[in-house]
Design a binder for this molecule. Structure first.
Ligand code: EPU
Length: 328
């Protein structure tokens, strides 16, 4: 990582009065680890977010926009650039349309929509982080995916500096995937279309989802949620070609998707520790910082898990969590 020059730092400080130097990212990530960001700023409006990005571009320094810090692993060496927290949190509901800026917390959108008697987004009460991050990674849980409710996404396209309103069909959504993972953009907001429903029913669904998540996932621990993507296979022949293909639950065969947590569990890795990093005893796809853990141990743990799953099943797991400051 090339250190920022004094001139670059002074330029950013002049343009963004709220900028902080050497901010520990361990304070801003659900993993509770990660070294310092050379420069750190909280953008509390969409205009502020754009100004921060444009300032970094003008200064010629790297920048990274994050939302809730729930799905990132920041290197122990930190980030030599401008880390921008999207905290643009305007939200409004008109009839069945929910308009949010990208920094709104996803679970808050789920709750407010349910309270307004709208249904179709209750499942998102179980998604950590911001709605911008949820759009970026097409977040999903308990059968729902954000792609099923997104009408439009408001984003700044970095390749030509234009502000776009993408309809759903242009977002190239896939399993934990979207256009925004492949072409650099800054997501500024989105509009969701939900179904008119009943507040009591929506709130009941929301509370059930919360309870199911609490029962299955280690929510009180420091982690980035699911570390790996689940493994999608196309057909029976691909499944048969696996090194080990017995005892696979019928539901996963039907869904053509093997749960990475189940694979980790089958490989006997629940509870495995490395320094202060541990594979959860409760769910194999959660890697936990038990206190004072280092990002390098998370990386070592994910490598070990990947090797073991590759050796046992012939499957190469892919990261779901975004790596920041690793020279990517
Ligand atoms: N299972 C095990 N052992 C484990 C983990 C799971 O046997 O250690 C079994 C469960 O008993 C169940 C099956 O595997 O029969 C599937 O497990 P689960 O319902 O927990 O779902 P998952 O596929 O492991 C996905 C998402 C989660 C989301 C849950 C709930 C991914 C990578 N994960 O997990 O999303 O919360 O469904 O719907 O798609 C996240 O993205 O950060 C995340 C946590």
């Amino acid at each position: 990582m090339t250190p920022l020059s004094d001139e670059q730092i002074a330029f950013v400080q002049g343009a963004l009065p709220g900028v902080i130097l050497h901010e520990a990212m361990s304070k801003h990530t659900n993993f509770r680890l990660g070294g310092p960001a050379a420069l750190y700023v909280v953008a509390s409006s969409s205009d502020g977010l754009l100004t921060a990005v444009q300032t970094a571009l003008q200064a010629g320094i790297p920048f990274y926009v994050f939302g809730g810090g729930s799905n990132i692993l920041v290197s122990d060496d930190g980030y030599e650039g401008l880390m921008i927290q999207a905290a643009n949190r305007e939200m409004s509901i008109h009839e069945n349309r929910v308009k949010c800026e990208s920094g709104v917390i996803t679970a808050f959108v789920a709750r407010k929509s349910a309270e307004a008697g709208l249904s179709g987004f209750e499942w998102a009460v179980g998604v950590p982080g911001t709605i911008g991050g949820a759009v970026y990674g097409n977040a999903g849980c308990f059968g729902g995916e954000i792609k099923d409710v997104v009408a439009t996404v408001d984003a700044y396209r970095l390749s030509d500096g234009s502000r776009m309103e993408y309809p759903n069909a242009a977002c190239a959504f896939g399993y934990r995937d979207s256009l925004f993972k492949h072409e650099p953009h800054v997501i500024l907001g989105c509009t969701l279309t939900l179904q008119p429903g009943d507040t009591d029913a929506a709130m009941r669904t929301l509370n059930e989802i919360n309870a199911r998540r609490k029962a299955k996932q280690p929510l009180a621990e420091a982690s980035a949620g699911c570390m790996f993507k689940n493994f999608d296979f196309r057909d029976e022949s691909e499944l048969k070609a696996l090194r080990r293909n017995s005892d696979i639950p019928q539901g996963m065969i039907e869904a053509k998707r093997l749960s990475a947590g189940w694979l980790v569990d089958q490989a006997g890795l629940l509870g495995k520790t490395m320094g202060n990093i541990k594979v959860s005893d409760k769910h194999g796809n959660f890697i936990i910082n038990t206190g004072g853990g280092r990002a390098q141990d998370v990386v070592a743990m994910t490598s070990l898990v990947k090797m073991k799953i590759r050796d046992e099943f012939g499957i190469m797991l892919e990261d779901e969590v975004q790596l920041v400051g690793f020279g990517e």
